[in-house]
Design a protein around this ligand. Structure first.
Ligand code: ADP
Ligand code: MG
Length: 308
């Protein structure tokens, strides 16, 4: 939230209102998970950028440098996945308050591990010293076949709303990190904390969905299911109905929600954020085929959680 009076989306609108693209090759500007540039040929270029600020998005005390490096790139990879694309090349901006070798080397190792996992080359960046509170700014380029691009806009009334994985785990992990010692089974705690600190963007799923041409709209869940579904709704001019009972309910989430003082599992699932799973809409007659196909081809359980 950059200003006491203007929210994040107010600020974006201030720019977007006066920044209509002038080039004919801009297929998508401000307003989706990535910008899309169609430079001719079969493929479109995808561009996305995310910023992580110390004290807002991470605390040195609750993440390892390696996890922070991984997450800094992973959150951008997720935006490429949300367009059905494949990541290609990263640019890394670092504003470091104190370039301790151990921190920087750990960060590098995590960042490059994520890059290797997704076939991304680090091609540039910028590095500065800041007086306090480090800032990490990653720009990521990707590609998508022109005919396979999936955007936030496009959902139709009656489309099923599907999730690529459970939501709420990351928020529960964040709560555990800030709540001090809790009587929770260590394996469950690990599941939740890792969901928060080491997100796994769903590139394979995004490409699989895009290749089949079944999704009418797609976004990744970064701000929370309700808010991100709200973006799909706004882009389509539709409302949505979510069935709370249909949400994936992993054991670890239920166990954490039963701890004293904890939010409910559905609060975490609906409003938590930072899950980086894909949220997409499909014509209702194709959901069964899609669920079966994802299980067969990717070993992944998709869940239908409602309808547009
Ligand atoms: P995401 O959660 O997928 O990263 P956001 O909700 O942060 O997307 O951003 C929504 C849209 O606004 C995106 O298209 C993003 O590129 C754009 N955007 C965000 N901040 C700015 C800014 N300061 N100037 C121009 N565009 C912005
Ligand atoms: Mg996104």
């Amino acid at each position: 939230m950059p200003d006491a009076l203007l929210g994040e989306f107010d600020v974006i609108r201030l720019f977007a209102d006066l920044a209509a693209p002038s080039h004919p090759w801009v297929r998508q500007g401000i307003g989706d998970d990535c910008a899309v540039l169609d430079l001719g040929g079969e493929r479109c270029l995808l561009v996305t950028k995310d910023l992580l600020c110390e004290g807002v998005h991470f605390l040195r005390g609750t993440t390892t440098p390696r996890q922070l490096g991984w997450k800094s790139l992973a959150v951008n990879v997720s935006d490429i996945a949300a367009m059905g694309g494949r990541p290609l090349a990263a640019f890394l901006g670092l504003g470091l308050d104190a370039a301790e070798p151990a921190f920087t080397v750990g960060f590098r190792d995590g960042f490059l591990a994520c890059a290797r996992a997704h076939g991304i080359d680090l091609l540039g960046g910028d590095t500065v010293r800041v007086p306090r509170d480090s800032v990490i700014s990653v720009t990521l380029l990707g590609e998508v076949a022109r005919g396979e691009l999936v955007r936030r806009a496009g959902a139709r009334a009656g489309d099923a709303i599907a999730l690529g994985g459970p939501v709420g785990l990351s928020a529960a992990g964040l709560w555990l990190l800030s709540a001090g010692a809790q009587p929770l089974d260590p394996a469950r705690r690990e599941t939740l904390v890792r969901a928060h600190l080491e997100p796994q963007p769903q590139v394979a799923l995004g490409r699989w969905i895009a290749g089949r041409g079944v999704a009418t709209a797609m976004i990744d869940v970064s701000d929370g299911l309700l808010q991100d579904l709200g973006h799909l709704c706004a882009a389509a001019g539709l409302g949505a109905r979510i069935l709370a009972d249909a949400l994936p309910a992993p054991d670890a989430l239920a166990a954490a929600a039963a701890l004293p003082g904890a939010p409910t599992a559905s609060d975490w699932a609906l409003a938590g954020g930072e899950d980086y799973v894909l949220l997409f809409t499909v014509p209702p007659e194709r959901t069964a085929e899609l669920i079966e196909g994802a299980r067969r081809d990717l070993g992944l359980a998709l869940t239908v959680v409602g309808a547009m």
